[in-house]
Ligand binder design. Sequence first.
Ligand SMILES: [Zn+2]
Length: 440
Amino acid sequence: MHRRTFLKATGAATVGVTAVGAASAAPDRERYRPGGPALGQPNAINLNAFHTNAQLTAALESIARQSGRVSLRERGRSAGRNDPIWEVQVGGGDVDVHLVTQIHGDEAIGTEAALKLIRRLGLSDSRQVDHILENLSFTIIPRVNPDGAMYRYDVDGDGGKERVGRRYNTQAWTADQSRYRPYYHYDPDGQAPGYDMNRDFNVRPPSEFDPRTDDDAAWWADEQYLDMPYEGHTLFGSGLRLAPEVRAVTESFMETNPDYAITHHHKGGSLYPGSDEGKRPTKQTLMSVMAAYGPEYLDRSPFYPADHAPVSEAVNPFLDAETSARSIKLNSLVIEALAERGDSVFDSITRYGYFPLWGSYLDGLCPNVANGGDGVAGMLYEVAYQTDDLGQKAFGRQLELTTVGFLESFAALADDPALGEYSVEPYFETPLYGQGIQPR
Ligand SMILES: [Zn+2]
């Protein structure tokens, strides 16, 4: 075992910080930190252009009213604001896709893209949409973090509170929730406390694990980092499922029992590898993808062998060969579908070097323990946040392109739901994101 060198998660206030993390490519415990200097998301931008929770509700209800094929369900309520967490279902195909966006409240583009997607799938009569809905069924949670999405903070010190959003929900930790306050709970001076919810998932379903009654001393012994023993592995940084939003997403996932799981995040900007070699203008990578995979691809993991790290720190040992290949091919499909568009927005896709993050949606849920370990192929994608640089018009165009690009990806998945025509190679041939791992 290598020694842990990471800092305790008592980081300074992060709202308003624009630093882009320059994390090294080597795996280290810093990656698990819920915030602090390596936050990675430029925020402190004006979120007034994005749907408020009330506007999102109104928009979803309007689509559901107009469409005969969209169903809308309140899956739960946020911890702080008690705002609804909506789940949308559309499509009648045999292949189930679970899609969640804005689990980090300062990452709003996913919700806007999901809403456009829902509107298109719900209201369009195009042949493309018909084809998608005949083959795929979608369960979409378009805003996992209503508290963070609406978070207000006095960024500029003028005494007013600007809507800037933040990564965390709004929730105090109390001693009746769990034995210790977990490392991903954030309680800064002058701000409401809350959880980084993409650290709060757990691979064991609720019927097998309850943090109020679980008394396995071995993994509670490290109160900060929660090394959960499971099936012969140690799952470093497991979550306790303390946020009601995370419990809602977990229930949605368990009931859907999906074939594919997709989650959207924002990333800091980064140059496309090699694009600064005398070329002007240099090219930024605007989108990065990541596939979750298991031991069959261990030798292709950028983080293995690393210091004799356990397998569970380089790949997800609960994803079998078929699921792993399908997950990687799903990423290949998106890379190819978007590259074919030829838009400059999409010809600079990079990938993250995959490592498991045991409290995350992707790694906590894709093993699908609740449904007998019927593995789910997963993809994470992140887009660069450029609203403040590009302005609203350019943002609107980028959002439209993203929506169209994803419709084309889903059309390709509808053509070939088992991904038999795809290979893992385009994924592995895609350049690694230059600055290493960003928080997700
Ligand atoms: Zn994120």
